[in-house]
Design a protein around this ligand. Structure first.
Ligand code: SAH
Ligand code: SF4
Ligand code: F3S
Length: 484
């Protein structure tokens, strides 16, 4: 375990070990020496800033980057006037890419002020060859570029960047490797994401994720359980199991196991109070899983179940492998097993060929399911995906009009549903001091609703009983109740 390693006592006169994670421990030690020397020269510690775009997967990856940087001796900074700035990028929609290019200009101006500054780019966007080409030619001030498959090699890449004058680029097309036991620094002391699988095999026709995250690989359940046990010993009470399609967990393991079985194992961990997971693909959501949701004491009453479209015709074009009717049937079964579950979703508007009738079917499903909330996205054409070559792209004006109509309905339903628990006492995990009012703390219910409660920092990380006195639109105001 990396916690037991004394990085100042690794023999760097030897060649680096071939096997992982020992090889990375060696490079952490080596990078540490460089950083010590550089800070001695500067007369101050070296700082870093990791800026994360995209989803929970990227957020968890950033915690791994931060863990390694801190072992190397860098000190964390929230602003980008740091000695080492890393962008962990997302490419799921075009505007995610544009944001990164926009900010790179600003980073260049920072670097002109501090020529020793290093700039690193990683994450999903870097898995696209055109992006890397553009960075090589037009953003030559970048020092280090790597992808999603080799972030475990971060220490080794930092050493390469320290020892090189030019840009270091290391991108792998895919991998079947999972490296365990590397440093990781959690953003919260009391909750944590836990990867259970990497990659995606679904190839929804609009989506770039399978191309940039590679083929689906499940972690060994023993490694997952061991990681969660260690997190719990370290104060974590809530975990979020992460995968692009958690319902297909375990299919490619040596001893196959279902996601429902994994959840039952996680449930047994003493001291763990809450389990969340993300994301569930409707096509693989089994009756076995619904049964586990129904009887679990720890799984939170919230399911994110991306719909994408309510039209069976469009769903087929999207390669989603379910129909509108199957989706609605699934929702019925879930609600029957867990009546108080909150349902949220993702919806894409303006998929190529979407007609007004198709769109109205989406609206119909939204009204029928009554989502607690929904993320709505305008379809974004991603080069390399099958949908990008479709001729019948919907015009921006039509998409905008549909998007606004959908958002209106989603918000209306959301506000009607909010407040359903007003007047009851619920368990709340207190997460932080309220940003607007320091006399309040903010926490989440099992169903993921937010509540603000008078209280102080001593409550952070604790699960307390809260009386939900008043619903204010999308959040509650509450007070601590008996029995905490
Ligand atoms: N694996 C998850 C989703 C990951 S991407 C799942 O299958 O549910 C998160 C969301 O981004 C998707 O659910 C989808 O709604 C949206 N999305 C993905 N590709 C998109 C694209 N090309 N244009 C617009 N939205 C997209
Ligand atoms: Fe993309 Fe579909 Fe995989 Fe989700 S399941 S990441 S939408 S390809
Ligand atoms: Fe974006 Fe990559 Fe996640 S493309 S949504 S950061 S898997």
């Amino acid at each position: 375990m990396y916690e037991n390693i004394d990085f100042d006592n690794i023999d760097l006169t030897q060649n680096p070990p071939q096997e992982e994670p020992d090889r990375q421990y060696y490079y952490i030690a080596k990078a540490r020496q460089y950083v010590q020397e550089k800070s001695r020269k500067k007369g101050r510690p070296l700082t870093f800033c990791v800026n994360t775009f995209g989803c929970q997967m990227n957020a968890r990856d950033s915690e791994k980057l931060i863990g390694i940087l801190e072992q190397i001796g860098y000190v964390k900074k929230e602003t980008e006037d740091a000695d080492f700035v890393i962008y962990n990028t997302c490419t799921v929609r075009e505007n995610a890419n544009n944001k990164v290019y926009g900010r790179l200009g600003y980073l260049h101006s920072q670097k002109k002020k501090n020529p020793d500054m290093m700039i690193g780019l990683c994450g999903c966007m870097m898995q696209e060859p055109e992006v890397v080409e553009k960075i090589r030619t037009s953003y030559r001030f970048v020092d280090l570029v790597f992808g999603t498959h080799n972030i475990y090699k971060f220490a080794e890449l930092i050493v390469a960047a320290f020892e090189s004058k030019g840009m270091i680029v290391d991108i792998w097309k895919d991998t079947d490797k999972i490296v365990e036991d590397l440093p990781v620094e959690r953003k919260y002391t009391f909750k944590s994401g836990v990867n259970i699988m990497f990659g995606c095999n679904n190839f929804c026709s609009y989506c770039i994720v399978p191309y940039v995250r590679g083929r689906e690989r499940s972690r060994d359940p023993k490694d997952i359980i061991r990681e969660i046990e260690r997190l719990v010993a370290d104060g974590v009470v809530e975990v979020m199991l992460l995968g692009q399609n958690v319902n297909s967990y375990g299919k490619n393991l040596e001893h196959p196991m279902t996601f429902a079985q994994l959840l039952e194992e996680v449930e047994k961990i003493d001291g763990l109070e809450r389990i969340r997971f993300m994301t569930s693909h409707p096509k693989d959501l089994s009756d076995e899983l619904i049964e586990v949701l129904g009887k679990s004491k720890k799984i939170c009453k919230h399911l994110h179940l991306p719909l994408q479209s309510g039209s069976s015709r469009i769903l087929k074009e999207m390669n989603r492998h379910y129909t509108k009717e199957q989706y609605l049937e699934l929702v019925k079964k879930i609600r029957a097993a867990v009546p108080d579950i909150a349902l949220t979703t993702d919806i894409i508007v303006g998929f190529p060929g979407e007609t007004e009738e198709d769109f109205l079917e989406t609206m119909e499903v939204v009204k029928e399911v009554q989502y607690d909330s929904a993320f709505t996205f305008i379809y974004s054409k991603r080069t390399g995906t099958p949908a990008a070559t479709k001729e019948d792209q919907v015009s921006p004006e039509v998409v905008k009009d549909r998007f606004d109509r959908l958002l209106h309905v989603v918000q209306e339903i959301g506000s009607q549903k909010a407040g359903a628990l007003q007047g009851t006492v619920q368990k709340v995990l207190i997460e932080e001091i309220n940003a607007q009012d320091e006399h309040l703390v903010t926490g989440r219910l099992s169903n993921n609703s937010v509540v603000h409660v008078p209280g102080g920092a001593d409550l952070i990380g604790k699960i307390v009983n809260v009386s939900l006195d008043e619903c204010k639109g999308f959040y509650y105001l509450g007070t601590l109740a008996e029995g905490r």
